[in-house]
Design a protein around this ligand. Structure first.
Ligand code: PCP
Length: 414
């Protein structure tokens, strides 16, 4: 309850786990629907499917993320849920037949008020993972670090880091996010530390003096002056202890970033600092990463990933056991479906559930909950990340290039 706009039983404007689990984060129109159905004694067994009619442009695919939390949310409810594996690639369809990524079967009154949070878990996390995968592909072999939790409500920090990590990012910076993932957080130094010391060199030396040997000595070299000059000063100050220099040049001074990076690389090498790596951060996305990946060793990416567009997933009834079985609203297609993938040929076929498909195609929607019991294997996040990277590396070039929209590999049989 809040009084005069002030919260009473909580500090922050976030839902508690119990409120999410109980469905209190629903939109009220779903409560109205349930009230009417209860009053009229209507409670059909239905199948609802979650699918995306389209993806943000020019995305050719998405990485499904959030099914772990959907399973934890629906656990204990008399529902059956099948879904693509977390980390699975899914494709937008070129025509009316879409790829369902998750399906819930059971009495509508039971699932009705959970639609909001099911979509909430999937839309944002899948957006972040898919954007992360695009950035990771653009970076090639170079490392990508997640620096974005500051761009969202801190309650979401663990979700942002998990989704970014599943999408293929190498390391995360958020302390709690890393802890819950069982990962070690990574970071460099903020401009404010240098401003506290006023003198860059004194700051870099103090950083080296105070922090444990496990923390890489990465000197921030854009606070006061020219990146090239400061990079050489950092080399003078720390020599072989200097692991890397971080360039986070403010946009008003960025000019031609590529030339700045070439100059820094040249001067470092000319002064014998060939081993010193370059970390670039600030305003990066898959396109800017692609432009300079040959000059940079690691990228710190924040906003473009943490603020990634949510996927426009919908959750709609497609089948009802009583009365007209195959039912769907305009713009949707009826019947519980299955997505079959031939990973060799990179082709998907969507059919009604239970239909046979050609040899070499595997069904992607698998049980995760049976009558409220979690039966699906909720994999470790590192396993999911490895499987995502393996899938990304097998993608044909057209699907790996962030600048081009590849044709949808989805067809259907009915
Ligand atoms: C930001 C901070 C973040 C980076 C940039 C993410 O630097 O270091 O990690 O940037 P992005 O959200 O644009 O992708 P600042 O806040 O400019 O400086 P500081 O490092 O001093 O915090």
């Amino acid at each position: 309850m809040s009084e005069m706009g002030h919260l009473k039983e909580r500090l922050f404007w976030i839902a508690t786990e119990d409120e999410i689990k109980s469905g209190k984060t629903t939109d009220v129109y779903l409560r109205y629907a349930n009230e009417v159905l209860k009053a009229k004694g209507i409670d059909p067994v239905v199948v609802m499917e979650v699918y995306a009619r389209s993806l943000p442009e020019p995305w050719s695919w998405g990485i499904l993320t959030g099914t772990y939390e959907v399973a934890k949310k629906l656990e204990g409810l008399p529902l059956d849920v099948i879904a693509m594996d977390e980390g699975e690639l899914f494709f937008p369809s070129a025509d009316a037949v879409y790829e369902p990524v998750l399906q819930v079967r059971g009495r509508y009154q039971v699932m009705c008020e959970h639609e909001n949070s099911i979509l909430g878990f999937l839309c944002k996390s899948t957006g972040i993972s898919s954007k992360s995968a695009r950035v990771k592909l653009a970076a090639g072999e170079k490392k990508v670090l997640s620096f974005g939790t500051r761009r969202a409500h801190p309650a979401l920090a663990p979700t942002i880091e998990r989704s970014a990590f599943i999408g293929g990012l190498d390391k995360v910076s958020n302390v709690l996010g890393a802890e819950l993932l069982g990962e070690v957080p990574v970071g460099t130094m903020p401009h404010s530390l240098i401003i506290c010391f006023e003198d860059e060199t004194a700051c870099w030396k103090a950083f080296d003096e105070v922090l444990g040997p496990e923390i890489p000595r990465i000197a921030l070299v854009d606070t006061y002056g020219d990146e090239k000059t400061s990079a050489l000063k950092a080399w003078e100050a720390l020599r072989d202890k200097l692991f890397a220099v971080r360039i986070d040049t403010v946009s008003s001074r960025r000019g031609n970033l590529r030339k700045i990076l070439e100059e820094v690389r040249w001067e470092l090498n000319a002064h014998g600092a060939n081993k010193v790596k370059i970390v670039l951060s600030g305003g990066l996305d898959e396109f800017s990463v692609l432009e300079v990946r040959d000059l940079v060793d690691s990228f710190g990416v924040g906003t473009s990933i943490a603020d990634a567009p949510g996927i426009d997933f919908s959750m709609k009834i497609v089948e009802k056991e009583e009365g007209n079985r195959f039912c769907a609203k305009r713009g949707d297609i009826s019947g519980a479906k299955q997505v079959h993938r031939n990973r060799e040929k990179m082709q998907d076929i969507v059919t009604l559930a239970g239909r046979t498909v050609p040899k070499g195609y595997d069904p992607l929607l698998k049980p995760i909950i049976k009558n409220g019991e979690i039966v699906g294997q909720l994999k470790d996040v590192r396993q999911i990340r490895e499987s995502v990277l393996e899938k990304l590396n097998r993608l044909p070039e057209a699907y790996r290039d962030p600048t081009c929209k590849a044709p949808s590999p989805v067809s259907w049989e009915i």
